[in-house]
Design a binder for this molecule. Structure first.
Ligand SMILES: C[S@@+](CC[C@H](N)C(=O)[O-])C[C@H]1O[C@@H](n2cnc3c(N)ncnc32)[C@H](O)[C@@H]1O
Length: 370
């Protein structure tokens, strides 16, 4: 039991068990066993609200099913507790490589290719696009042409997100979703908008957390969407906490065994993990000049495709879908090459995807029961 679970357990035990012979733990279904009904619920609410500075009025009763659930909600939504005990986890950024990744994203503050695209609707993404572009956007000139290209690139990155949302499958408003490597929050907001679920986004960059937290206010979802400074290879969330996990172009920064092991811990059995990434197509060659150029540009350490499938399987996941998206993402890179805000990495992506030494893949996996 963590500290919060222990405190709630103690409170319930004090109130409920006076003279009674009932045993329960943090996983006991309190609603099903009518333990919650036998308590003075108002006192429980007052205890949680005053101890952890959270407001319980928005939490449906069903979410209190277990003490572990209550602790998870408090972890995710207390304005004080996450700062003190979760969001500021110094152990999130330890190695020299983690420090360099954090620095890269903390210093990437003036990047028009990302910021301009999300300026209108507040969905700022750091992933690429899917689908054909409308060639008419290239027919104008000057600022109008550039504005049309930017709008079209954003449409394609949102289309990529739609593919991800479909792959996540149905989620209910009381489900919990982890956006591992949440960037500026575009994916987290898109997921919340589609499913209405609880969302925790984690990143190594405090600048991204501050940015995304402000946007959460603009989107009116601070009650259910929160961002934390946490490392996806060793998070602070309880076992089996999430129903779905997404990594959208983030696993190139982490050791796969460490990340997938952690996802297997925090995902409930039968829960789904969706991964989108670029990777080396090692069925052709173990690396290539294009893959190395992409890694050098972003400071990533891209993995081989076969390593994904082996690491998922070793961590207790069963992949149910593997889709290579090269042909769908090539138009995005072609269009981006025409933008004034291209960054120079476009050629390596185009050559790599066209020759198939580099692959853009979507992998959907379910966590096997223990
Ligand atoms: C290319 S961005 C993708 C952002 C987002 N998924 C999106 O689609 O817009 C990569 C993100 O991964 C995060 N990241 C890298 N290593 C991480 C780690 N070990 N733990 C948590 N986040 C990490 C970075 O901080 C950054 O937010």
């Amino acid at each position: 039991m963590d500290d919060i679970e222990r405190a709630i357990h103690g409170f319930i035990a004090n109130v409920l068990l006076e003279g009674e012979d009932i045993s329960f733990d943090e996983h006991t279904p309190l609603l099903e066993h009518r333990l919650i009904d036998s308590l003075n619920v108002e006192e429980l609410i007052a205890f949680i609200e005053s101890t952890y500075s959270v407001t319980l009025s928005d939490w449906p009763h069903s979410k209190w099913e277990t003490i572990q659930n209550m602790a998870g909600l408090i972890h995710a939504h207390s304005p004080h507790f996450p700062e003190a005990a979760m969001s500021t986890t110094p152990e999130a950024i330890v190695t020299d490589y983690e420090k360099s990744v954090a620095r890269y994203w903390n210093e990437k503050l003036d990047d028009p290719i990302n910021l301009l695209l999300g300026a209108e609707d507040g969905l700022v993404h750091h992933h690429y696009g899917l689908g054909d572009y409308d060639p008419a956007v290239l027919s104008g000139s000057g600022a109008d042409r550039e504005a049309a290209i930017i709008r079209e690139l954003h449409r394609l990155e949102c289309a990529q997100m739609d593919v991800v949302l479909d792959a996540l499958g149905g989620m209910e408003p009381d489900n919990r979703f982890l956006d591992a490597g949440s960037g500026r929050g575009g994916g987290s907001f898109s997921v919340h908008r589609r499913f209405g679920c609880w969302v925790d986004g984690i990143t190594l960059s405090q600048a991204q957390i501050d940015f995304a937290t402000k946007l959460a206010a603009r989107h009116g979802c601070t009650d259910k969407v929160a961002f934390h400074l946490q490392n996806m290879t060793r998070t602070q969330f309880p076992d089996g906490h999430f129903d779905r996990i997404l990594t959208n172009e983030t696993t190139m920064y982490v050791d796969l065994a460490a990340a997938f092991g952690e996802f297997a811990r925090v995902l409930r059995p039968g829960g789904r993990y969706v991964c989108v990434t670029y990777c080396v197509n090692d069925a052709i060659a173990p690396t290539s000049a294009d893959c190395e150029a992409v890694d050098a540009h972003y400071g990533t350490r891209m993995h081989k495709r076969s390593e994904y499938l082996a690491a998922l399987s070793a961590a207790g996941f069963s992949p149910s879908q593997v889709t290579v998206l090269n042909s769908q993402t090539i138009p995005y890179w072609e269009l981006r090459s025409h933008s004034e805000h291209r960054t120079g990495v476009e050629r390596a992506f185009l050559d790599g995807y066209r020759s198939n030494v580099l692959q853009y893949v979507l992998i959907v996996s379910e966590r096997l029961p223990a």
